[in-house]
Design a protein around this ligand. Structure first.
Ligand SMILES: *Cc1c(COP(=O)(O)O)cnc(C)c1O
Length: 438
């Protein structure tokens, strides 16, 4: 299947090219040229299928033309080494817990899938080594580093701003070793991003190395996020809840929710979606006014949603033929400030005995306030509350339990290479790596 750019100024490309490039040359985002629907028999069988098996069948609809069946099955099974349980929090509100993977956030699914798909393409082409460059302000680095950990043929270089990521986040990508190197940049996140962009434009580096990025707009990270919407539905069916189903997604760059729209187009029986924002509410405003006005992000307690110009907005416009009317007919919005997030985490813990993280809190609250009679809602609990330990403990006024695998990161030894924000230093570091001809 081919992939076209949302800007329509670049030619359609193969899956492999879309994955290796990430962004289209016209700076648009790649979209699959078709969204195949799944047969009614699939939905009948769904409640009896394992997460891995249902995801494999969903993956077939996207990637079946481009990969051998066995390869795709192995890839999906290997990616999904953990479950995404659905937990009932209130009579008609359920939490889809996406934090049971290696870095305790939903980004594990896309990062693990992309790593394995890229490794397959490298093997098929007999390429020597691919270098993945990622700039991170925290969470992307950990998901990508852990997703690519130990994957043959790929060397990952994570650039992060010294002193500007939380200790938990830092430990998740500086303690891994193997094919993961952390570069501690004496600068801010923008410096890290600039270094990566400059490397992609540097002729000498590109002659010597195969460089690629692993950012969240990549189709290989984005599309697999559709898998767990099917798993949510399958588990929800087992509750025998007769109402209509609403999904509510705490959103930043809008990749997660857009993957849900794909699942919907594939035939998943959903009534509507709610996109929940923190104070970075450009999408909310777009829904109200029809005007999209990107702006600088502001810092909030739900920091993975601090996005002032969501990159996947281009995919949403494309899916809905640029019609504001079509978008508002199917998608509602909500937005919460820090105080509302705090109140929601506190109240839900005290009254429902369920501990939300600050992102999930936006999702839960939008369902509490927005469900209509006859509807029930699933919100995506996008990260484990212990990833935001200080915030959550401050809200609750008591200590929370940190899962073992998060503790294990905390106890491991940080290893990083300090670098100045000067491109020459970064380039000199890269030139020491193993390239095409060594
Ligand atoms: C990345 C992230 C989000 C936002 O997801 P998008 O796909 O960018 O909308 C929400 N919550 C957490 C915990 C995240 O890490």
């Amino acid at each position: 299947m081919n992939y076209y750019s949302t800007n329509k100024q670049a030619p359609p490309v193969s899956l492999q090219e879309a994955v290796v490039r990430g962004l289209a040359p016209d700076r648009g985002l790649y979209m699959p040229e078709r969204i195949n629907t799944l047969p009614a028999s699939f939905f009948e069988e769904l409640p009896g299928l394992s997460f891995r098996e249902m995801s494999y069948r969903v993956a077939m609809a996207f990637f079946g033309e481009d990969l051998p069946e066995d390869t795709l099955r192995e890839l999906v099974y290997d990616t999904l080494s953990f479950e995404t349980p659905l937990v009932r929090v209130d009579e008609h509100i359920y939490s889809l817990e996406l934090f049971h993977g290696p870095t305790l956030a939903f980004k594990d699914v896309g990062a693990r899938f992309m790593a394995r798909l890229l490794a397959y393409f490298i093997r098929r082409q007999g390429q020597e080594k691919v270098h993945v460059l990622v700039a991170t302000s925290g969470d992307t680095g950990s998901a990508v580093a852990n997703g690519f950990l130990g994957v043959e043929g790929i060397q990952v270089h994570v650039l992060y701003p010294k002193g500007l990521v939380s200790e938990i986040q830092e430990k998740q990508f500086t303690t891994l070793g193997q094919n993961i190197t952390a570069l501690e940049i004496e600068g801010n996140f923008d410096d890290c991003q600039r270094l990566v962009k400059q490397a992609f434009m540097d002729t000498e580096l590109n002659r010597r190395f195969h460089l690629t990025s692993a950012n969240s707009i990549n189709v290989a990270r984005f599309l697999p996020q559709a898998f767990y919407y099917f798993n949510a539905y399958a588990q929800w069916k087992r509750y025998n809840d007769p109402s209509k189903l609403v999904f509510c997604v705490p959103s930043g760059n809008f990749g997660n929710i857009t993957a849900g729209f794909f699942a919907w187009r594939m035939g998943l029986p959903v009534e509507r979606f709610i996109a929940s924002n923190n104070r970075n509410d450009v999408f909310y405003e777009y829904l109200q006014s029809g005007h999209y006005r990107p702006r600088a992000s502001v810092a909030t307690l739900a920091n993975a949603m601090d996005v002032g110009d969501p990159s996947n907005f281009a995919r949403i416009l494309d899916l809905y033929g640029h019609s504001h009317e079509a978008i508002t007919a199917e998608i509602a919005g909500a937005r919460y400030d820090d105080q509302e997030i705090r109140d929601t985490v506190y109240r839900t813990f005290k009254e429902k005995n369920y501990l939300l993280d600050p992102h999930g809190a936006c999702g839960y609250r939008a369902l509490e306030e927005g469900l209509k009679p006859g509807e029930s809602g699933i919100f995506l609990e996008t990260a484990h509350p212990a990833k935001f330990k200080d915030t959550v403990e401050d809200i609750l006024g008591e200590a929370i339990v940190v899962p073992k695998r998060l503790q294990a990161f905390m106890q491991a030894k940080k290893q990083s290479i300090p670098l100045s924000p000067a491109f020459d230093d970064f380039k000199a570091y890269l030139m020491q790596q193993k390239g095409f001809n060594k």
